[in-house]
Design a protein around this ligand. Structure first.
Ligand code: ATP
Ligand code: MG
Length: 243
């Protein structure tokens, strides 16, 4: 399948139209950013690791009844996906308190959150992704009450499936961010990516970080090894790409 026109170039991915108007090609680039794009580095093969990890997770979610954008991964860093009209909400699920949560609220770092915290942020770097609530979502005309319920239900289901999936790989799913969009029939599907860029992942035994937090902390020379560790643990050998 050939790329036609670049329709969106974000901080880490480029989205292209294809000959099929209902599908897009998402190219995962090797860029890594932090601080709403304030800091940017290029990391060798990062796009391939993230696209392959995302594809695996989308397949696991589909097997568990969560509809996603995923169609195919023709190259390690290239995903064919359903074209979605993205909803500008970052739906965040937290199983352990850390990061901005403990900076902004009097919650102890590392506290287990059961039930998980579900948070929705307005996806807009210019406004620094401020937190939303139901009345803000309505006032901004981002989603209806019914759609908000669907987002919450889907995000919690994704959490349930992925907590187990990562636990089997010796990884704690601390928290994660997902984005949803509407397909041509108006169905709300999981879009974008699920990778160490948007998840906090800790080794179950040592609690060492296996995600982008390392880059945020300036540990640029450790971050790719963490991504590769996640990849090695969740991608079976026969599904690994040639390096
Ligand atoms: N299936 C899809 N169809 C259309 N667009 C998508 C799909 N999945 C993800 N996108 C969008 O692709 C864009 C590029 O992704 P990337 O993560 O690089 O961007 P970003 O920097 O997070 O976001 P933005 O450019 O919106 O600020 C994002 O806007 C994302 O919402
Ligand atoms: Mg993004």
């Amino acid at each position: 399948m050939d790329k036609k026109e670049l329709i969106n170039s974000g901080k880490v991915k480029s989205v292209f139209t294809t000959e099929n108007e209902d599908e897009v090609i998402i190219e995962f680039r090797d860029d890594m950013t932090a601080g709403d794009g304030a800091r940017k580095e290029v990391m060798d093969k990062k796009g391939a690791y993230n696209a392959t990890i995302s594809a695996k997770i989308f397949k696991v979610l589909e097997e568990n009844g969560v509809e996603t954008q995923f169609i195919d991964l023709p190259e390690p860093n290239v995903m064919v996906a359903k074209k979605l009209e993205m909803i500008p909400i970052e739906v965040i699920v937290r199983n352990i308190a850390t990061g901005s949560l403990v900076r902004n609220y009097p919650i102890e770092d590392g506290k287990k959150l059961d039930p998980p915290i579900l948070q929705m942020d307005y996806k807009d770097d210019e406004y620094h992704d401020p937190m939303l609530n139901r009345s803000l979502i309505k006032a901004l005309e981002i989603a209806s009450d019914e759609e908000i319920e669907i987002l919450i239900e889907k995000a919690l289901k994704i959490n349930e499936v992925l907590v187990k999936f990562f636990a089997d790989a010796g990884i704690i799913l601390v928290d994660f961010k997902v984005e949803f969009g509407k397909d041509k029939d108006g169905n709300i599907l999981l879009g974008d990516e699920i990778s160490p860029d948007g998840c906090r992942l800790w080794d179950s035994e040592t609690l060492e970080m296996l995600d982008k937090e390392l880059f945020r902390k300036g540990k640029d020379n450790e971050v790719m090894n963490a991504y590769i560790e996640v990849y090695n643990r969740i991608i079976p050998d026969e599904e690994k790409f040639d390096v």
